[in-house]
Design a protein around this ligand. Structure first.
Ligand code: SF4
Length: 369
């Protein structure tokens, strides 16, 4: 077990000034081969016994991704995780990811038990957007529709008109903009700038950042592109604008997978958490995936392209929560109904998009929350 000190930026209001803060992550050791086999077998049995299903994010350890797939669970991004957890018949969801993912699952399925192997796994975007400060920011701008990224606490979601993920943010903001709505956006500034650039929407921004994607460097990426001139570059939009500008495709982890599948190229440079590389290599074994660089000349990386909080999830933790029922996610009941509204709005909008149904009627003027 390693205890990591993790630095993140805490925005001081909406002006762009930030303070450096510290958090921690407790990362379990990798089990030895025999222990790994035994843990996987035990988890399989417990999933059956407890009527449970695994829902794993594609940034967590490969073991948790593989086991979720092998046992009928899901490996995906936060949008699909939310949908899958809500619709699956299992009464217990084992969510491997970070805290806001477990909270979203619980908000959508309050009658289900939601267990997390790492209940304390957080996210720099969530940490960097405290509910009280965010509410004050919203109060100063009552004329704006409040759109928050899924990487936020239940209390911040409860203050929002819309929740979005990187998989649907562009479509939803584009629809709000077409309807003439001005937007208050939180918390990721890079994703916000990307959306603003793509849609032309009027976005007033909170200045949070993901500690993993914020570290990708354009200068180093250009050098790597020169080494691999035929490689296509796939970038998550939580990355800085100069990195996004070099991309051949920009999008959520699901969109990155789709782009890699659709493009003719054999080599890809990928700017997102390195956990995603396992998924890409597993699903597209004939293609080659190279990690994008995170540090400039002489610099040392902080996250080194792997989220320390995602790394808190491990096989032993999954076995333990299934065995004991501990680490159940609890969301303040006073927040559940209010936080659910903007999530439901997102799910209804994306479901309509999928079926080709009209979405214009799904973006009402909501006013201040
Ligand atoms: S990878 Fe970034 S956005 Fe995702 S949980 Fe970690 S800190 Fe948060």
């Amino acid at each position: 077990m390693a205890i990591l000190d993790v630095q993140y930026q805490q925005p001081l209001g909406a002006g762009g000034a930030c303070a450096t803060r510290h958090a921690w992550a407790r990362v379990p050791r990798d089990p030895a081969p025999a222990e790994r086999v035994a843990l996987k077998q035990r988890i399989r049995e417990l999933l059956e016994e407890r009527n449970a299903v695994m829902v794993s994010h594609c940034y967590v350890h490969p073991d948790l991704q593989d086991l979720a797939e092998e046992t009928g669970g899901l490996v995906s991004d936060s949008l699909e995780m939310a949908r899958f957890g809500r619709d699956h018949a299992a009464q217990t969801l084992v969510v491997s990811g970070v805290r806001f993912m477990g909270e979203t699952a619980k908000i959508l399925s309050p009658e289900k038990t939601v267990l997390m192997p790492a209940l304390e796994a957080t996210c720099s975007l969530d940490l960097g957007c405290p509910a009280r400060e965010f509410a004050a920011f919203c109060d100063q701008h009552p004329d704006r529709t409040v759109v928050v990224y899924a990487n936020t606490s239940a209390a911040v979601k409860a203050r929002a008109d819309w929740v979005v993920t990187s998989g649907c943010a562009l479509d939803i903001v584009r629809a709000l903009h077409a309807d003439g709505q001005k937007i208050l956006w939180a918390p990721d500034r890079h994703l916000g700038h990307y959306i603003q650039h793509e849609t032309g929407a009027d976005l007033l921004m909170w200045h949070g950042a993901c500690i993993v994607h914020d570290e990708f460097k354009a200068f180093e990426l250009q050098a790597l592109m020169r080494e691999h001139p035929h490689a296509r570059v796939l970038v998550h939009p939580e990355s800085p604008a100069e990195v996004v500008a070099l991309a051949h495709a920009v999008g959520s982890t699901s969109a990155i997978l789709q782009a890699a599948r659709a493009m003719q190229a054999r080599d890809f440079i990928v700017a997102t958490d390195s956990g995603m590389l396992h998924r890409l290599r597993t699903l597209l074994p004939d293609k080659r995936f190279i990690e994008a660089p995170t540090a400039g000349n002489g610099a040392t990386c902080k996250s080194c392209a792997h989220c320390p909080w995602m790394a808190m999830n491990g096989l032993a933790g999954v076995a333990q929560v299934l065995e004991s029922g501990c680490n159940a996610v609890v969301v303040d009941p006073r927040l559940v109904a209010r936080a659910r509204q903007p999530i439901d709005r997102m799910l209804a909008f994306t479901a309509a998009l999928k079926t080709g149904a009209a979405t214009a009627g799904l973006v009402p003027h909501l006013g201040a929350a």
